[in-house]
Design a binder for this molecule. Structure first.
Ligand code: COA
Length: 263
């Protein structure tokens, strides 16, 4: 696939794993609209690429994953512009990530605030370095989380922890985030990407079509008007028609490792 050049992100590919790095370190990787559009493009391209089995998203530098939406860009917005900002961001990036059929791991390497934490929460799961700080400080700016934070934080940590974080506009450290289930693992900054790679390597050995079906079924449980159990039954049934299922079951019966065609 033709490489694309971006201004605000870096994309690297190695052995089935694409790493997307938000790269505005002087602004603590704050998400301006241009960065959101580039991320949309990169995630879309990665999702369409059959060789990309797992995506890791992280921030450049040692200080921040993403310190939030770029405050300088929306400080003078009107009501309708504010609404449009949230709608556009959710569609282009945050929902796009959450509904990606390719697994996305957020490697939180420092501050993950506001839109930064919302991006990490949209990913399928999160790991963090021990210097990470997470929070939704929007109410300290007179606004609320607008990139899915009021929905995804309570889904991940429960309503009480979510409302405490949102209402205090406070930050929690990596250990506290681990304790409430916001991140799955905490490690040193040096070990963060190696750990993400290790998890990605485990994931990529499995059937990518089955993983996509599992993501879809899990997401269905959080959808209005959808029954997650029904979605699971349909997705389960569909797996029986895939080449990956034939290979996975045959390999088990023949006592060998599967070599999934990804179809
Ligand atoms: N939007 C725009 N710019 C941001 C930003 C954001 N969300 N977060 C950080 N920056 C910029 C700063 O303005 C500063 O730019 P400058 O050097 O041109 O002045 C640069 O990044 C470094 O940040 P600074 O505040 O000097 O670093 P710090 O170590 O003193 O503080 C934070 C770190 C994360 C505590 C602080 O930057 C902060 O509170 N950021 C905003 C967090 C936030 O409210 N996010 C939610 C937005 S909805």
């Amino acid at each position: 696939m033709k490489p694309t050049s971006y201004e605000n992100i870096l994309v690297a590919f190695e052995e089935g794993v694409k790493t997307i790095t938000i790269n505005r370190p002087t602004k603590l990787n704050a998400l301006n609209i241009a960065t959101i559009k580039e991320l949309h493009h990169a995630f879309k391209k990665a999702e369409k690429d059959p060789d990309t089995k797992v995506i890791i998203v992280t921030g450049s530098g040692e200080k921040a994953f993403v310190a939030g939406a770029d405050i300088s860009e929306f400080a003078d917005f009107s009501v309708s512009q504010g609404e449009q900002l949230a709608a556009q961001g959710q569609a282009l990036l945050f929902d796009f990530v959450a509904y990606s059929s390719t697994p996305i791991i957020a490697a939180v390497n420092g501050f993950a605030l506001g839109g930064g934490l919302e991006l990490a929460m949209a990913a399928h799961f999160r790991i963090a370095s021990d210097n990470a700080k997470m929070g939704l400080p929007e109410v300290s700016l007179g606004v609320i989380p607008g990139y899915g934070g009021t929905q995804r934080l309570p889904q991940l940590v429960g309503k009480g922890h979510a409302l405490e974080l949102i209402m205090t506009a406070g930050m929690i450290d990596a250990q506290q985030a681990l304790q409430i289930g916001l991140v799955n693992h905490v490690t040193t900054q040096e070990e963060l990407l190696p750990l993400a790679r290790k998890l990605a390597d485990k994931i990529k050995k499995n059937s990518s079509v089955a993983i996509a079906a599992a993501i879809e079924a899990v997401n269905a449980g959080y959808e209005d008007g959808e029954n997650g159990f029904d979605a699971e039954i349909t997705a389960f049934g569909k797996c029986f028609g895939t080449a990956d299922f034939v290979e996975g079951t045959q390999a088990f019966l023949e006592k060998r490792k599967p070599n999934f065609p990804g179809k």
